[in-house]
Design a protein around this ligand. Structure first.
Ligand code: V0V
Ligand code: CO
Length: 141
């Protein structure tokens, strides 16, 4: 079902301050930036590796308000790893399978993700305390 690690989501107070640090530390390039109002974030994607099944990235996340998932996370825990995201070919099939298995889906149907991907979150409680996202990249269905 999973094709790759698509990204590791990292909660930060400031994209502007953190992007250059990641670029310099690992010689990464920031290949995309976007504001996602529904998710309450400004995000930056730094390409780690472009593989056969799609890219893998570091995703830096800055909250656009305090009452958002990343805003609450930052206030409670400070900056750090917020979620892991796995690539899938068919997110509808993956969600159907997880529903049958009884997992607690934050999104029962896919929502809009970075670069027009379709994404869905699975609650951290059922997965070892790790907020987990599935990503079906645009055009790779
Ligand atoms: C909260 N908890 C976490 C967590 N956030 N545990 C692990 N990782 C996280 N990131 C734990 C928290 O410690 C509490 O545990 C419990 O969940 C409830 O916390 P809360 O602060 O009251 O938070 P809730 O319940 O209001 O919301 C938690 C969920 C929320 C996971 C439901 O964060 C959510 O809907 N996340 C999905 C959307 C999202 O994260 N979007 C931003 C990224 P205790 O204290 O009860 O044990 S957007 C993105 O990645 C995009 C656009 C993309 O990739 O394209
Ligand atoms: Co993400």
């Amino acid at each position: 079902m999973l094709t790759r690690i698509d990204h590791v989501g990292i909660a930060v107070a400031s994209l502007e301050d953190t992007i250059p640090i990641y670029e310099q530390a690992f010689n990464l390039k920031c290949v995309h930036q976007e504001t996602n109002d529904r998710q309450g974030v400004r995000e930056a994607m730094l390409l780690v590796h472009d593989g056969d099944t799609g890219g893998s990235y570091v995703q830096l996340l800055e909250p656009i308000r305090e009452d958002t998932p990343v805003g609450k996370f930052l206030a409670k825990r400070g900056p750090g790893i917020h979620h892991i995201a796995y690539g899938v070919h068919d997110i509808d099939a993956a969600l159907a399978s997880l529903t049958v298995s009884g997992f607690d889906l934050v999104n029962k149907t896919p929502v809009h993700g970075t670069s027009d991907s379709r994404i869905a979150f699975i609650h951290p409680k059922g997965l070892g305390g790790v907020l987990t996202e599935l990503v079906e990249a645009a055009g790779r269905h």
